[in-house]
Design a protein around this ligand. Sequence first.
Ligand code: PMP
Length: 463
Amino acid sequence: PHMNEISTINSPITALQLRDNLHYLHPFTDYAELHAEGSRIQDHAEGVYIWDTDGRRIIDGLAGLGCVTLGYGRKELAEVAARQMQKLSYSQSFFKTSNEPAIQLAEKLVELTPKGLNHVFFTNSGSEANETCLKLVHRYWNLAGKPDKRVIIARAQAYHGSTIATTSLSGNPVFYTSGGGMPISGIERIEAPYWYLNGAGETPEEFGLTAARWLEDKILELGAENVAAFFAEPFQGAGGAILPPDTYWPEIQRICRKYDVLLVIDEVVSGFGRTGKWFGCETFGIEAPDLMAIAKGITSSYFPMSATMVSDRIASLLIEKGGEFYHGFTNSGHPVGAAVALENIRIMEREQVVENAAELGKHFGEHVASLADHPLVGNVRSCGLFAGIQLVADKDKRVLFDEALRVGDHCSTEALHRGLALRAIGDTMTLMPPLIITRGQIDEVFAMTRDALDATARAFKAR
Ligand code: PMP
């Protein structure tokens, strides 16, 4: 009876859902499944709430895809976009041309991001920002006269995007099953600093050092003279909500410096307040990245925009040596995106959104910790307003569920049924609400989460 109750969420298929099926291919979707069930169609949204076309109100525990930092329906952002569209709706930036919003945004990003990142290359998505990092790494070593430094080291369970190169940087083998020679050559991989599953017998602090030294081992195996860069997210979001122990990042930096390997930090999810600081770099003690990709929260996704922050070390070589950098996008430095980003950042500063997120993060973290006693929950992890709640078949032995059972998907459906959007990454339930969420709404999110966990436990015990 319980499963039937759930399956009624999506049935019967409406006319709009049928039209959706007919022509619209969604990203990261099993089309057979979607065609059978139909999509949830979102109609309007305000703050942390989304209303579907069937009139149901959903609390967005995911801030879209971790991007709607300021929540939905901010009029100031719409007004700024409308004004800029009327003043200068587009400006190309290829042929020695610029625009004031982009210039101002570059200045602002330099001010906000870690020391030494004093230059900005504008792009339109997280993937493009990471792709730009990758091209800059190769351009840098070529100009520096060390073209053999070509290999990139990335991590298992990384997520860096969806183009061929950024898919290849990402560390989930299922992503390569489309074929086409993915992962591309020149990418090597080390394991993630995933203490719960990889750290048997060590304290998190000991394990942080062990996991960092996997990078050193890999560099030595390949020869430092061949290694160009290490690519990593401060914490791993889409790959399974993996938070590194405190000892990890300082050791990684020591190793990168020792072997002259560029450090590329992907702040696409961790940037703009998610961890309770402006950037994950600050939270995890990452002092001097050579390149940094930012996206999502830069505009709270009111406009597609992203950027690659470039260190003096790299930019000064590009400027000094000259020669064209053959890279860029039609919409790089879009004046409307830049105007929206500036207003988004202004609001974040005025309303102290990051400071509030840090404060709220404590309350959020207590709720996350309180789920550890749930019979289905093997491990809980949180940082700022980001959480991973890992479901396991056997808590004591750390045994995971058989993937085919899709326990995580079941749990997210249960949550949706109760009016909460959260996400299952395998069997790890992740939450990353808009940073403007209130304490009361956080309480609401966790009441629904616990309910969904209870229902999931009942369903799987019954089998
Ligand atoms: N890097 C990280 C860490 C991400 O989480 C994502 C998106 N979830 C990306 C890159 C890719 O961004 P986009 O989807 O905008 O290309």
